[in-house]
Design a protein around this ligand. Structure first.
Ligand code: HEM
Length: 360
């Protein structure tokens, strides 16, 4: 049989034809592999970030690879119509249910709460007839790096030394020497004055986006969730390893907490492609609506566990800008979500019992 095939190929110049037929799919497969970065050593992929977070923060299967310690919250967002002249998103003209999540930055799900650790708020705003908006926002003024590749190098520079298990100052010094923009951003981060907790904190988009109104006019924007709760000074030592979360649960049990979505309009020359650069003070600001949160729920079986707060899930009327980070975040969050969804669910630091204890 093999001889017959060989003879046929030899007779009719078939070897050449067979090679041509096989070459097309092989080249196509190679092109896909190259595009996905599988054949380029050192090329950054969502999988690279998964490995780096594991290296820096340790393996924690079942949890988010960053902002791992958190609690779910529920409430609603009511648009103020003031933003309707900037964006045609329906959520600015209605009241929409919200499922959110407060968290601490870092991939350690059982880390101790401390005043200076970066806090975050993630929101999924769900208007009744579509036009959902998801965001993840942090209580720092700028992001320390300009893009995903730099974030990868920044994380690697901050990884613990295998001998001392502490940070290696020489590694970070070498990174900073190559990145003056990170030095400037970190100097701004040092000016951040921590508040008492999640409830009296302000959370910033850091990334820039674009609002599009009914006439198709585009506006560069950044935004912040600014609390109605008056800011109080941070707690002193000895307050307990979960004090930030316990305070939040108790505050929500006493009554609703509110934030205003303050949208800042970018001016001429304001950088949108670089989240290490703050926009100048005095830019036009619009109070685009009020977020009201009414209850906390543990992540264990809670409504936020199965959500990934992908910053590119945007409604009609809000679009990305030339900031490269949201696209990277979107891909990396999807990978983190896929991994944790396939892993056993481990009880989170803030349990249902913590929620019940905080409630009257
Ligand atoms: C390239 C840069 C970044 C990478 C690789 C990255 C990575 C991650 C990952 C892996 C998660 C967990 C996602 C999940 O499992 O659902 C996460 C969560 C989060 N990230 Fe980022 N991030 C980046 C930049 C940013 C920036 C600029 C912000 C701006 C505010 C941000 C805010 C958040 C927040 C608030 C969460 C928590 C969301 C939640 O509670 O589920 N990240 N990040």
């Amino acid at each position: 049989m093999m001889a017959t095939i060989r003879e046929t190929l030899a007779e009719k110049g078939g070897w050449l034809r067979l090679a041509a037929v096989c070459a097309a799919p092989t080249l196509l497969a190679l092109a896909f592999a190259l595009a996905a970065g599988w054949l380029v050593p050192g090329r950054l992929t969502p999988g690279t970030f998964m490995r780096i977070f594991g290296l820096v923060d340790g393996p924690h299967p079942g949890f988010r690879r960053n902002h791992a310690k958190g609690v779910c919250v529920k409430g609603w967002f009511e648009g103020s119509r003031e933003a309707a002249s900037l964006s045609r998103a329906v959520l600015f003209r209605s009241r929409s249910p919200v499922v959110g999540r407060f968290a601490l930055a870092g991939g350690m799900p059982f880390q101790d709460d401390e005043p200076e650790k970066v806090r975050s708020l993630a929101l999924r705003i769900m208007p009744a007839h579509g036009g959902e908006w998801r965001m993840g926002i942090n209580d720092i003024p700028v992001f320390p790096v300009r893009n995903a590749a730099e974030f990868n190098d920044f994380l690697l520079a901050s990884r613990p030394d295998p001998q001392t298990h502490g940070p290696d100052p020489s590694r970070m010094a070498a990174f900073l020497a190559r990145h003056p923009e990170t030095q400037q951003a970190l100097a701004l981060l040092k000016t951040r004055a921590p508040t008492s907790g999640f409830a009296d904190d302000t959370y910033n988009s850091l990334d820039s986006f674009t609002f599009i109104n009914g006439e198709g006019t585009t506006t560069p924007v950044r935004w912040a969730m600014v609390p109605e709760q008056a800011a109080r000074p941070p707690a002193g030592p000895g307050v307990g390893r979960d004090y930030l979360f316990h305070d939040l649960i108790e505050a929500l049990a006493r009554g609703p907490l509110r934030w205003h979505l303050v949208v800042t309009v970018g001016g001429a020359g304001d950088v949108t492609a670089d989240p290490t650069v703050a926009w100048p003070a005095g830019r036009r600001q619009v109070d685009a609506g009020t977020l009201t949160l009414v209850r906390a729920e543990s992540e264990d079986g809670g409504p936020c566990r199965g959500i990934t707060y992908d910053p590119l899930i945007l409604p009609e009327g809000i679009a990305p800008s030339d900031d490269p980070i949201p696209a990277a975040r979107s891909a990396v969050y999807a990978r983190s979500f896929a991994l944790r969804s396939g892993e056993p669910e481990i009880a989170s630091a803030i349990s249902g019992a913590d929620i019940r204890l905080g409630e009257p």
